[in-house]
Design a protein around this ligand. Structure first.
Ligand code: ZN
Length: 558
């Protein structure tokens, strides 16, 4: 054990335990032993096509013992069990989020999120909230102001920032990183005299301040992790397919060792690490039921938010730009080599492609990998698959490709999509066409988002978006390209069974069935029975992971 791990264990354990005391798996296990618990009187959507509905479920040792009618389940439960009445509540398999950035989410949940800030009043509100959350003396960073008001010329002043954060070092930036604002303390930390300085820094001054920013302490990282875990639990998410860096992987391991992890993690290191993983014998699904490595993540192009996704023809609003390739695409042949080698080493490849040219280019590369390495059950995943040309949809089926899609991005990007790519919008977020083309659909939130947009890890908003294709305030009437809507069942499948399949975990996760993990989510409404417009307002009543409640918003029995 290295010294920093010791420090981490001793300095923060008491704090961590305090926060999670009511719901830790360890505490719950001590209290319940390996007793059978039975949840009765529910409306359970099981995700199991052969028996989609049930009213009761028996659980023992973190696994589902039986699911079915109350009579069937009680027959299996034996004489001695704990009984909980679901009071008619709607239950789904725990939601599996196919795309998260856990480490960044915690930092953003605790720090300054200024995406929707474009005036002094909202700046004051958001910055002071972050100031209250952050440990005293730590740096306040990023913020990304102005992303939801693209025309804004508003710039916050150093006086205002200083007034709110008092002596805290802060370095905030506009969403497109064209402007940076430093507090007096941040200027001072870099040896710049704040007297008479307006706080706006660039070039060498900016570089000096950035060099003065220390790495976050382990205490801070753990505090951020706790914020992130709470956010996932309250949204009913029981597994994440995370884009995980080495430091966060270690934090996950620490949280798991201390039985504080309340979400299962399928980690996806970056594709260029394939060689190191393969060299030490790591293959697909290395790890266990809590933390495993279930794939590698590569990048073909940029994103829609800053118009860097790669298109065949120029953008409408910037006619001299078609977007940008990411660094993995150079030198020419690099991405092909990475895909071929990782695939041949038995690792699952998942790759980000957004613009129509990026999608088409990636399809060609997958075709080449299949031809070269031969057929196997590889479950190649295209991440985002956001704008697809009409004749490319069928290639998803031909090549057996999983499309990891982001319904919430669709209803967020709708505000400027047509202005940027015009008629090509017909193939944007084309969920129905992807499914008809043979793609297996997996939902991912991309939580917490980019410097240009905030993406909540909220399955209700995601399902609402896929089923209605309307903004959160109900626009446009009838939905945006309504032919691309999904049904409630298709959306639920994309958030449970299909995501389990994408990670080769369909034999123990994603369904409520005997032998499966006791991961489930209790909702306030039956999604199949309400007006689709109301799905976004459905709340999570409870979340169970490994047979224990990790989130309790409400008692189930009146
Ligand atoms: Zn992402």
């Amino acid at each position: 054990m290295d010294s920093s791990h010791n420090k981490l264990a001793t300095a923060t354990l008491s704090l961590v335990v305090l926060v999670f005391a009511c719901v830790t798996p360890a505490a719950a296990r001590q209290a319940s032993g390996e007793r059978v618990s039975v949840l009765v009187n529910g409306r359970l959507w099981t995700g199991d096509a052969t028996a989609p509905w049930a009213e009761a479920v028996a659980i023992r040792g973190g696994k589902i013992l039986a699911v079915g009618s109350e009579e069937e389940v009680l027959a299996v439960a034996g004489a001695d069990f704990d009984r909980q009445d679901l009071n008619g509540a709607f239950v789904t398999p725990g939601f599996i989020d196919g795309h998260t950035h856990f480490g960044r989410a915690g930092a953003l949940l605790m720090g300054a999120n200024l995406l929707d800030v474009a005036d002094d009043a909202s700046f004051r509100r958001s910055v002071s909230e972050a100031h209250d959350r952050l440990p005293s003396g730590s740096w306040m960073l990023r913020g990304d102001w102005g992303a939801y008001d693209l025309e804004t010329s508003w710039v916050p002043s150093r006086q205002l920032l200083d007034e709110i954060v008092a002596g805290r070092p802060a370095l905030l930036n506009k969403w497109d990183r064209s402007q940076y604002l430093a507090s007096s303390r941040a200027l001072g930390a870099a040896g710049i005299d704040p007297a008479g300085h307006d706080g706006l820094v660039s070039g060498e001054e900016l570089a000096r301040i950035q060099r003065a920013v220390p790495l976050p302490s382990l205490e801070q990282r753990l505090a951020e992790n706790r914020h992130a875990l709470r956010d996932l639990a309250r949204h009913g998410i029981t597994t994440i397919h995370d884009i995980t860096g080495p430091e966060q992987l270690r934090l996950f391991q620490y949280l798991r060792d201390e039985e504080l992890l309340t979400v299962r993690v399928c980690a996806r290191p970056t594709l260029d690490k394939w060689e190191q993983l393969a060299a030490v014998g790591i293959r697909n699904n290395y790890g266990g039921e809590w933390i495993n490595i279930c794939g590698l993540k590569g990048f073909v192009d940029g994103i829609m938010g800053n118009s860097s996704a790669m298109f065949r023809e120029p953008y409408e609003h910037t006619p001299n730009s078609r977007g940008q390739w990411r660094t993995m695409m150079s030198p020419p042949g690099n991405m092909e080599r990475l895909i071929l080698s990782a695939d041949a080493a038995g690792l699952t490849v998942t790759i980000h492609a957004i613009g129509d040219l990026a999608v088409d280019t990636l399809l060609d590369m997958v075709e080449m990998a299949v031809a070269t390495n031969g057929y196997r059950d590889r479950r190649f995943r295209m991440v985002h698959a956001q704008v697809v040309e009409q004749d490319d949809f069928q290639r998803f089926g031909q090549l057996d490709i999983i499309a990891e899609i982001n319904p919430f991005h669709a209803i967020d990007d709708m505000r400027w999509m047509e202005e940027r790519i015009g008629e090509r919008s017909v193939g944007a977020y084309a969920f129905r066409s992807l499914k008809d083309g043979g793609a297996l659909l997996v939902f991912g939130s991309d939580w917490p988002g980019t410097n240009a947009a905030w993406y909540p890890a909220d399955p209700m908003q995601m399902i609402y978006a896929a089923v209605t294709r309307k903004t959160l305030d109900g626009q446009p009437d009838g939905g945006w390209y309504p032919a691309q809507r999904l049904t409630v069942q298709e959306a639920l499948e994309a958030h449970t069974v299909n995501s389990a399949y994408a990670a080769f975990e369909e034999h123990f996760k994603g369904k409520l069935a005997p032998g499966y993990m006791a991961d489930l989510t209790v909702l306030s409404q039956n999604l199949f029975e309400i007006d689709p417009d109301d799905i976004k307002d459905v709340s999570v009543l409870r979340t169970m992971v490994d047979g224990r409640w990790v989130y309790i918003a409400s008692t189930l029995t009146p």
